[in-house]
Design a protein around this ligand. Structure first.
Ligand code: XLS
Ligand code: NI
Ligand code: NI
Length: 435
């Protein structure tokens, strides 16, 4: 069955495209800085938002018009996979991501769930072989089911910890089966509600122990996707342990996990943590841990994870600048961890929303490449830190000075002269790259 019969395969038609089902900026094969746009961007569609949601919120019922409901949970699951691969093909997106619960009904027991995962991943593998679409990452959902009310790898309940282990073991088996390039850990319930009953140190030790088991099992089955931790400050847990990139890196370094773990950074999580997206990417870059991106956007007027499709060219440009500066995002990619608004309930909104996101990041890539080409930031930075390139500054960065020698130097000065940052002027120059 054709689920989107009125939607053609989306092509690049340029800025004057007539069809709304066309890319106006994303031209997959166009070479930018030596490689095709599609290889810079490595777009991925998220199974959960795209296939399993209905548009309901705390105040109202679902609104999305969908046509893949079957007569049994397994039939619905298969229909969803069919429709999903149709979307991937129509968009020309080469990657996808999913949680275990997105693709397989949980049934009444862990055993049934694991069996359903086997059946469904066989089915998905068939589709992948036929279409050439690849798995960017999979993950285990250990935050929806009531079992994980007190956390998964940071729970107080050893039986629950074991349930989490079983789900992640299966996740790694699936990653191997489907050639996953990354495997994600987002700890929705890994955090605490109140310190009155929480041993934070114990919980973090257990989390690290869990990750060590993951590394050991990957070794055992000889499959090595890049492991990614996805930071988020809060929601659903009040205080989440992987608060932001810097906090996640402190954890990774404390437990010596840096050889196996990098970060999956999400734009909306960055803003929830009080950072810009580019701040999070910059931090990760500095730790050599820029793994992959959940390319969405939040609403700065709202304090929660709205998971909107990215349409902000400003952020997309600065994010792509960090990606280019890091030397690329592979084996990671740009996953649209985003959902259409409740009011965008038509089937084709799923396609239109992805086109909007892909065009936005294509524009970001183009602008960032031009900025790289012009050495835009390099010049600003070189100029701003000029005092460290010669004289006493050079001595400092070469570690040739100490507090006493610098005191003598400071005493010899006749006051200091600071330079203006000219920040408004720089913002205006940046605007020239965007429009
Ligand atoms: C939720 C997270 C989630 C992860 C995968 O806020 O973004 O969707 O990306 O579990
Ligand atoms: Ni995410
Ligand atoms: Ni999120």
């Amino acid at each position: 069955m054709d689920y989107f019969e009125n939607v053609p395969k989306v092509q690049y038609e340029g800025k004057n495209a007539k069809s709304k089902y066309a890319f106006r900026h994303y031209n997959p094969e166009e070479i930018i800085m030596g490689k095709p746009m599609k290889d810079h961007l490595r777009f991925s569609v998220a199974f959960w938002h795209t296939m399993t949601e209905d548009g309901s919120d705390q105040f109202g019922d679902g609104t999305y018009q969908r046509n893949w409901e079957g007569s049994t949970p397994m039939e619905t699951a298969k229909n969803r996979v069919d429709a999903f691969f149709e979307i991937l093909e129509k968009l020309g997106a080469e990657y996808f991501c999913f949680h275990d619960v997105d693709i397989a009904p949980q049934g009444d027991s862990l055993k049934e769930f694991l069996e359903n995962i086997d059946v469904m991943t066989d089915y998905i593998k068939g589709k992948m072989d036929k279409t050439g679409v690849k798995l960017l990452w999979n993950t285990a959902n250990m935050f929806t089911h009531p079992t994980f009310v007190n956390g998964a790898a940071t729970t107080n309940n050893a039986d629950v910890y074991s349930m989490a282990a079983a789900q992640v073991k299966k996740g790694l088996d699936v990653s191997k089966k489907l050639n996953g390039e990354n495997y994600v850990f987002w700890g929705g319930r890994e955090g605490y509600e109140n310190l009155l009953n929480t041993d934070m140190n114990f919980e973090l030790d257990n989390l690290a122990r869990f990750y060590q088991m993951v590394i050991d099992y990957a070794q055992k089955i000889d499959y090595h996707p890049q492991f990614l931790i996805e930071p988020k400050p809060k929601e659903p847990t009040k205080h989440q342990y992987d608060y932001d990139a810097a906090t996640a890196m402190a954890f990774i370094q404390k437990y010596n996990l840096e050889d196996s773990f990098k970060l999956n950074l999400e734009a909306n999580h960055a803003t929830l943590a009080g950072h810009t997206f580019e701040h999070e990417l910059n931090v990760a870059k500095n730790y050599n841990a820029l793994g992959s991106l959940d390319a969405n956007q939040g609403d700065l007027l709202l304090g929660w994870d709205t998971d909107e499709f990215p349409t902000d060219i400003y952020t997309a440009t600065l994010a792509m600048y960090e990606v280019l500066d890091f030397g690329g995002i592979a084996p990671g990619g740009l996953n649209f961890d985003a959902k259409v608004r409740r009011t965008s309930f038509a089937m084709d909104d799923l396609i239109l929303a992805h086109i909007a996101g892909m065009d936005t990041y294509a524009r970001g890539l183009r602008a960032a490449a031009k900025m790289k080409d012009d050495n835009f930031f390099e010049q600003i930075i070189a100029n701003r830190y000029e005092s460290f390139s010669s004289g006493i500054g050079k001595q400092i960065v070469e570690n040739k000075e100490d507090l006493e020698s610098l005191t003598n130097y400071a005493l010899s000065l006749n006051g200091v002269e600071n330079k203006s940052g000219h920040i408004e002027h720089l913002k205006s120059l940046l605007n020239d790259y965007l429009v």
